[in-house]
Design a protein around this ligand. Structure first.
Ligand code: C5P
Length: 411
């Protein structure tokens, strides 16, 4: 699967901190995602890790100060800086931060940073007192004012044995941030996309409730795919263990009623609503305040219908014109296509993604899906078994098509 990292040149600067072990992981993840990763180590970074470590995971040469004075030296820093889509320095020490803030260029990394015209991301790692020092804080402010992105540090155990703020963020967060930065010029730039995901939870008593098997995987994949196309994404999800993609505005809800309120709040000026959530159709009429006692015997549950969110959205659309596009999902165990087509019409959708939940390799909780995309014009696109990420990309391509935008402008 093509990701936004494909063939993108990223310069990864590494300075002298024990957090370099996380940068090796980051370099590996970037390379596995298709990026071309040029690593530059400072002299002190080489005390913790060797260039060979990075070369082994990136398949690219890793540079040190010896390259600054080598045969390619006079053009090396300019070349690396010019071709980079992003410069990421992780970990960055207080010392290199200070150099960047003051434009000091005394090694290959700082010379490259000064020559770079691409977006810069810095992930500081240092002892808590060094981080809190006014000099470091002033340097960070200076860099922020120059539109440099600073992520972290976070709180926790530090190499000094102390606990405090100074830990470098995890590689997965940096990967998400880099991905977000690479995709801001996509075809859906400045378009607001709302995605709902996972199931809702309808309480019976304070500790029990009715829920369903939706994992949220398809919805979260749609949110990532929309981000990858450049959109501003609001992700509204019920209870799930999944981490939200970096860059989404994430709203967590529990019940169908709360999801309705969150969707209506997010709706103004939205371009598309992708309603992937498995919203409960029924809820207990009167959830109890106290825990239902076992000794009382099996309780009789009276259920009532939850509000239909897509029906409420259709009403809003007729009044205000947004969202331009509504996409629904139909999970069915029988008469999939005819049921889905009926829903598309009843809920006034532009597309509906029909999902056969009787298959074991598709639908709830698994990583793959087999769907048919139905459109309002009567069209029917049957997709083969594919990953939920790939399904998400297909859906976003269809949304881009409906909006009359060109998806050739990749990332
Ligand atoms: O009618 P049914 O619930 O099967 O339709 C499924 C589609 O409707 C999904 O896109 C789901 O997110 C949405 N839905 C809704 N409000 C509900 C129940 C489902 O918008 N109360």
């Amino acid at each position: 699967m093509i990701t936004p990292f494909q063939d993108k040149r990223i310069v990864l600067g590494v300075t002298g901190s024990i957090a370099v072990y996380k940068s090796v992981d980051l370099a590996s993840k970037l390379a596995q995602s298709g990026a071309v990763v040029d690593v530059i180590l400072t002299q002190s970074a080489t005390q913790f890790v060797t260039p060979l470590t990075f070369q082994s995971v990136t398949g690219q040469p890793a540079y040190t100060d010896s390259d600054l004075w080598g045969s390619q030296g006079h053009i090396q820093h300019i070349g690396l800086a010019r071709h980079a889509k992003q410069l990421v320095i992780a970990p960055i020490t207080a010392n290199t931060l200070a150099k960047l803030a003051h434009g000091i260029a005394d090694n290959l990394l700082t010379v490259t940073a000064l020559a770079a015209r691409c977006p810069i991301i810095l992930a500081p790692a240092m002892d808590g007192d060094m981080y809190a020092h006014p000099a470091t804080q002033t340097n960070l402010d200076t860099l922020r004012q120059r539109d440099v992105t600073i992520i972290g540090p976070t709180e926790g155990h530090l190499a000094s044995g102390m606990t405090g703020i100074g830990r470098m963020v995890e590689s997965i967060e940096l990967l998400g941030l880099i991905r977000y930065g690479l995709t801001r010029h996509g075809p859906l730039r400045n378009k607001k996309i709302i995605v709902t995901a996972s199931g809702t939870y309808e309480p019976i008593d304070p500790i029990r409730g009715i829920m369903n098997r939706s994992s949220g995987k398809q919805g979260f994949a749609l949110a990532q795919a929309a981000l990858d196309k450049g959109a501003d994404v609001t992700l509204i999800s019920g209870p799930t263990h999944l981490a939200a993609p970096i860059g989404v505005d994430h709203m967590e809800i529990r019940t169908a009623e709360e999801m309705l309120a969150a969707v209506l709040k997010a709706l103004p000026d939205s371009t598309a609503l992708l309603m992937a959530a498995a919203v409960a159709d029924f809820r207990p009429v009167s959830p109890t305040k106290e825990k239902v006692k076992k000794s009382a015997g099996g309780p009789k549950l009276e259920l009532e219908a939850t509000p239909d969110i897509l029906a409420a959205v259709a009403k809003e659309k007729s009044k205000h014109g947004y969202p331009e596009i509504s996409v629904g999902f139909a999970a069915e165990s029988q008469d999939l296509i005819s049921n889905a087509r009926q829903k598309l019409e009843a809920k006034q959708l532009d597309l509906i993604i029909a999902n056969d939940i009787s298959a074991t390799d598709a639908g709830f909780a698994v990583d793959t899906n087999r769907v048919t995309i139905l459109d309002a014009g009567g069209g029917e696109e049957v997709l083969p078994l594919m990953s939920k990420d790939e399904v998400a990309q297909f859906v976003l391509e269809r949304v881009i098509g409906l909006l009359g935008l060109s998806s050739n402008e990749q990332y």
